[in-house]
Design a protein around this ligand. Structure first.
Ligand SMILES: Cc1cc2nc3c(=O)[nH]c(=O)nc-3n(C[C@H](O)[C@H](O)[C@H](O)COP(=O)(O)O)c2cc1C
Length: 211
């Protein structure tokens, strides 16, 4: 069967996004553990994001800030200084990729602190996940993050990239030993993130979220 689109219906489609500016995606490196493996996976992910023209990327590395676990409506000067390292990047983002390890069948406390210190910065934006860990590849961490991000009015992306027994998958230089399946998974996840990023940014340009 041949599918046809009339010129009339194509030209009638609304240009919701109002431009072709790339989506600003914040890659959140969730582990801040001493001796962490996270940067290896982060570099692999960043290489995939940076080769695309539909994204520009910011990195939010939780090892580079010390967010308190005690929340406050009037944070101390020290807490404000730490928040200033991350909050503007979250606010500016059109989309997020959360890179999470699995700790005790869930995600690390560093990520929960980042999430809970913020609210509006997450709203009506898409969130994708890349996970790693032992046998489960961090998938339980991702499934725990989905309802948390739903509470914050985000859209979580269905397809994830996960690395089971992550340490064995990369060589000493940080290259994936057998990258074809992971590369394909990254493309699928990033394509879905871009779709939702454009859709939500375009919709918000026409009508504020929740109005
Ligand atoms: C406190 C702790 C708990 C862990 N719990 C799990 C777990 O429940 N399931 C799993 O597959 N791996 C688990 N692991 C293995 C980690 O997912 C793996 O070591 C990963 O590389 C940690 O990420 P990081 O090195 O970037 O901190 C755990 C590791 C730590 C340190």
């Amino acid at each position: 069967m041949t599918e046809t689109t009339s010129p009339q219906s194509a030209s009638a489609a609304p240009a919701l996004d109002g431009g072709d500016t790339p989506l600003r995606v914040a890659v959140i490196v969730g582990s801040n553990r001493e001796g962490r493996f996270g940067p290896i996976v982060a570099e692999w992910l960043l290489a995939h994001v940076r080769e695309r023209s539909d994204f520009v990327v910011d990195v939010v590395d939780l090892a580079e800030s010390e967010l308190p676990t005690s929340l406050s409506f009037s944070p101390s000067a020290a807490a404000s200084a730490e928040l200033a390292k991350v909050t503007p990047k979250l606010a500016a983002a059109d989309a997020f990729i959360v890179l999470t390890p699995e700790y005790n069948h869930s995600y690390p406390a560093s990520l929960k602190a980042l999430i809970d210190w913020h609210k509006d910065e997450w709203e009506a934006k898409p969130v994708a996940f890349v996970s790693y860990g032992g046998l489960s590849g961090g998938l339980r961490a991702v499934e725990h993050l989905r309802p948390v991000f739903a509470e914050l009015h985000t859209v979580t992306i269905r397809d994830t990239v996960s690395f089971h027994n992550a340490g064995a998958l990369f060589d000493v230089e940080g290259n994936h030993r057998d990258p074809s399946a992971a590369d394909a998974a990254a493309k699928g996840m990033l394509d879905q993130l871009a779709w939702w990023g454009w859709a939500l940014r375009g919709a918000k340009s026409v009508r504020p979220y929740g109005s």
